[in-house]
Ligand binder design. Structure first.
Ligand code: B12
Length: 210
C-alpha cells in the first residue's frame, strides 16, 4: 500500500500521465481505498510539484505537465467515488465553482464529486466563474449552498463579492462555504461565509451540518 502511494506521488512529480493513469487503474484493481490513494498519493504529488515550482526548482511547463498527470489519474478514479448516489433522497442542492480569474479546478471537482457521492444535488459551474453567475444560478435553482473554490490569493476577494451580492439581493438564506489552499476558517469568518473546509471530506461534513 505504502509503496503504491509513493509511486502515485512520484508519477505526478515526474509528470508521467501514462504512469499515473496506469497506477490509478491498478489501485482500483487492487481494491485500495480510493480517497486514500487520491489524498496520500496523487494530491501529495501535486502539492510537492507546487512546492518545487515555488522554490524555482521547476518551471511553469513542468507545473502544467504535473497537473495533467494529476487530471489523468483523477479521470480514472473519479467514477468510483461517484458510486452510491443513486436512489438516495437529496440532502440539498449545492452550486459549486472556482471563482473568476482562477482556473484551478482539480480540488473543486473533487469536492463536487464527493458532495454528489454523499447525496447532494450538485451544479458544477466549472472554473473561472463570474461572481454574478454563482448568485444567479443559486437563486434560480433555490440552492441551499454555494461552494466557492479559490487557489490564488488574488482571486480570494471574489468569494467575498459573492457574499456581498447575495446580501444585496436579500438572498442571505443561501449558505456559502469557501475552500482552496490559501483559504482558512479565519478568512471565512472575515468575509461572513458560513463555513470553510480544508478537504473534500470536511466539505461534505460541513454541508451536512456536522
Ligand atoms: C496544479 C496547479 C496548477 C495548474 C492547475 C490545473 C487545474 N486544471 O486545476 C496550472 C498549471 C494550470 C496552474 C496555474 C497557475 N498557478 Co497553480 N498550482 C497548482 C498546484 C501545484 C496544485 C493545486 C491542486 O490541484 N491541488 C490538489 C487539490 C486536490 O488540492 P486543492 O486544490 O487544495 O483542493 C483541496 C482543498 O483545498 C479543498 N477545496 C478546494 N476547493 C474547495 C472549495 C470548497 C468550497 C471547499 C469547502 C473546499 C475546497 O478540497 C480539495 C480536496 O481535498 C498549487 C500548489 C498548491 N499547494 O495548492 C499551485 C498554486 C495554487 N498555483 C499558483 C500560481 C501562482 C499559479 C499561476 C498564477 C502561475 C502562473 N504564473 O501562471 C497560474 C494561475 C492561472 C489562473 N489564472 O488560475 C500558486 C498560488 C500562489 C498564491 N498564493 O496565490 C500555487 C499555490 C503554487 C505555489 N506554491 O506558489 N496551477
Amino acid at each position: 500500500m505504502k509503496e503504491h502511494l509513493e509511486s502515485c506521488r512520484q508519477s505526478i512529480i515526474d509528470g508521467d500521465a501514462e504512469k499515473s493513469a496506469e497506477l490509478a487503474k491498478l489501485a482500483l484493481e487492487k481494491g485500495m481505498d480510493v480517497l486514500e490513494v487520491i489524498e496520500n498519493g496523487f494530491v501529495s504529488g501535486i502539492r510537492e510539484v507546487g512546492r518545487l515550482w515555488e522554490e524555482g526548482e521547476l518551471f511553469l511547463p513542468e507545473l502544467v505537465i504535473g497537473a495533467d498527470a494529476m487530471k489523468k489519474a483523477m479521470d480514472v478514479l473519479q467514477p468510483s467515488l461517484e458510486g452510491g448516489k443513486g436512489g438516495q433522497k437529496s440532502l440539498g442542492h449545492v452550486v459549486i465553482g472556482t471563482i473568476e480569474g482562477d482556473i484551478h479546478d482539480i480540488g473543486k471537482t473533487l469536492v463536487a464529486t464527493m458532495l454528489a457521492a454523499n447525496g447532494f444535488q450538485v451544479t458544477d459551474l466549472g472554473a473561472d466563474v463570474p461572481v454574478a453567475k454563482f448568485v444567479e444560478t443559486a437563486e434560480k435553482t433555490s440552492a441551499d449552498w454555494i461552494a466557492i473554490s479559490a487557489l490564488l490569493t488574488t482571486t480570494m476577494p471574489g468569494q467575498k463579492k459573492v457574499i456581498e451580492q447575495l446580501a444585496a439581493k436579500s438572498l442571505g438564506n443561501i449558505k456559502v462555504m469557501v475552500g482552496g489552499a490559501p483559504c482558512s476558517s479565519e478568512w471565512a469568518s472575515e468575509i461572513g461565509a458560513d463555513g470553510y473546509a480544508g478537504d473534500a471530506v470536511a466539505a461534505v461534513a460541513l454541508a451536512k451540518g456536522q
